[in-house]
Design a binder for this molecule. Structure first.
Ligand code: UDP
Length: 253
């Protein structure tokens, strides 16, 4: 399968829709290649411009989905015919619905102990037959990482979801990928909070109108400062365009 890669201010974004992304994860779960999936939004891209290590890591993943309408708008401004936003949460839910009642196993790493335990229970209720073989909270010290990796490897999960906040989760996945015995790793941000029911996803109408960011802004006003990176991102895209940056022509994978 080959998908167009859009270069958004140095960050590659794969032009896949939700179903294609789910299909790719299912394909990766059949291989033994340690695939890495990230979910860049405008905040990631602004952070990556100022953090060389993060930028390099985002360039080394196997699949980056456009998790944010800002990324879709930015890509279109740069001349890419990107089709739709692919929220990481929807990708994971889509994969769960396909792997329930199969032999594929999942491990959850991230969020508070209470949240991660509830997230597991809620997902087991929603996707009967899903095999979530273990969880660990995301509030551990760097030196505890190896013990957690050993615990994960003992359970030998196929899919590892990591929600430690960005860029910590992307750096953790990349820096530990060689030690981890898993087939697919996905950085899932705050998805465990939503899976547990602690944080509500926006009503469908907001999602449909691409206003999920606005819903999050009014329901979680503490995110205001982080959200300022959205207009900043659009300004950076405009500056890139004015300087003559252009669509480098649909690079094939
Ligand atoms: N988190 C964690 N360890 C940390 C910091 C954060 O496990 O050291 C978790 C936090 O509990 C939350 C997630 O990481 O579940 C990050 O959420 P954030 O709001 O940054 O992600 P987004 O919603 O932007 O994807």
């Amino acid at each position: 399968m080959s998908f167009t890669v859009c270069n958004i201010l140095g960050v590659p974004i794969n032009n896949v829709n939700l179903n294609e992304a789910i299909g790719l994860v299912l394909l990766y779960l059949e291989k033994n290649e340690k695939k890495i999936i990230f979910t860049p939004n405008p905040e990631f891209i602004i952070n990556a411009i100022n953090d060389r290590e993060f930028m390099e890591i985002l360039n080394k993943s196997d699949l980056n989905i456009a998790d944010g309408i800002g990324v879709v708008i930015g890509a279109r401004m740069l001349g890419y015919n990107i089709r739709e936003r692919v929220p990481g949460f929807d990708l994971v839910q889509g994969v769960f619905s396909k792997i329930k009642n199969t032999d594929k196993t999942v491990y959850f790493l991230g969020a508070s102990e209470e949240t991660i335990t509830t997230a597991k229970e809620m997902m087991e209720k929603k996707y009967k037959g899903i095999k979530i073989v273990g969880t660990h909270n995301g509030y551990f010290k760097d030196e505890e990482g190896n013990i957690i990796i050993e615990k994960i490897n003992e359970l030998n999960p196929d899919l590892l979801l990591v929600g430690l906040g960005s860029p910590r989760q992307e750096k953790w996945i990349y820096n530990n990928k060689d030690k981890l015995n898993v087939k697919v790793m996905i950085g899932v941000g705050g998805s465990f909070d939503v899976m547990s029911g602690n944080v509500k996803r926006a009503p469908k109408i907001f999602i449909k109108l691409n206003l999920e960011w606005f819903y999050r802004l009014i329901t979680q006003p503490t995110r205001f400062k982080r959200m300022l990176k959205l207009p900043l991102f659009i300004i950076e895209v405009l500056k890139y365009k004015i300087k003559g940056g252009k669509n480098e022509g649909n690079i094939k994978e």
